[in-house]
Design a protein around this ligand. Structure first.
Ligand code: AMP
Length: 228
């Protein structure tokens, strides 16, 4: 079995984490674990939990740490993450979640935390024009529109605007990012695990930057130019 890297990707909403994580998961052949995708799926259930999640997500608020950590813990308990590695997308988002992730993982097992950077102006612009598939969560926008309007190229599902991609919810999510998630970055920086990658540019260019940053972190010697 191929053993891949253990990664966390952090970045403002709209920085391109979702799109890039799908590509990185394919490139490194590792499971992509997105708490946002899990919650979007769970909120569709006709249950008390589904209704509670719908309210939280639509307002752009964060799901309580206890619930978030429990769904991540359940997913991380599956043996593929230990055997193959993973890319965690959208988790941890608060200092308490970062501490819980530390408790969940074997000591020193995280290879890299990536801060995918984008200005608030560009992130807001991207979020306002973003569309997603309701079923498989494929992401669309000005650089990739569905071939048949409103229909997902990948699964045939309905392509919609996310309920939390409204101006008010976007403002709330970006403000929570500054207050709750920025300290998580500082915590990883102090452990020497953080690398910053510029999220501005074409999807392909950003993927290339991310792959280089990850390769350099997981095999520092082979990523150096050979000089021959
Ligand atoms: P995302 O797709 O990562 O932007 O997440 C969509 C929404 O899911 C967020 O606005 C939160 O309401 C919720 N969510 C996702 N990840 C987390 C997390 N780690 N902690 C709390 N809430 C989260």
């Amino acid at each position: 079995m191929r053993k891949g890297p253990k990664l966390v990707i952090v970045g403002k909403q709209g920085a391109g984490k979702g799109t890039q994580c799908v590509r990185l998961a394919r490139h490194f052949v590792i499971p992509h674990i997105s708490t946002g995708d899990m919650f979007r799926s769970a909120q569709r259930a006709d249950s008390e939990l589904g209704a509670k999640l719908r309210l939280i997500l639509e307002a752009g608020e964060l799901v309580p740490d206890e619930l978030t950590v429990s769904i991540v813990a359940e997913r991380m308990a599956q043996d593929d993450t230990a055997a193959r590695g993973f890319i965690l997308d959208g988790f941890p988002r608060t200092p308490a979640q970062a501490k819980s992730l530390d408790d969940l993982l074997a000591p020193n097992s995280l290879d890299l935390v990536i801060d995918l950077q984008l200005s608030t102006e560009l992130a807001t612009e991207r979020l306002c024009s973003r569309r997603v598939c309701r079923d498989c969560q494929s992401i669309y926008g000005p650089s990739r529109m569905p071939a048949v309007p409103g229909t997902c190229d990948d699964c045939g599902g309905s392509v919609i605007q996310r309920a939390d991609d409204t101006e008010e919810a976007i403002r709330r999510r970006l403000s929570l990012y500054e207050s709750q998630t920025a300290p998580v970055l500082e915590w990883y920086r102090s452990q020497g695990l953080l690398v910053e990658v510029d999220g501005d540019g074409s999807t392909d260019d950003v993927t290339t930057r991310l792959v280089h940053a990850i390769d350099a972190a997981i095999s520092p010697v082979s990523a150096e130019p050979s000089g021959k």
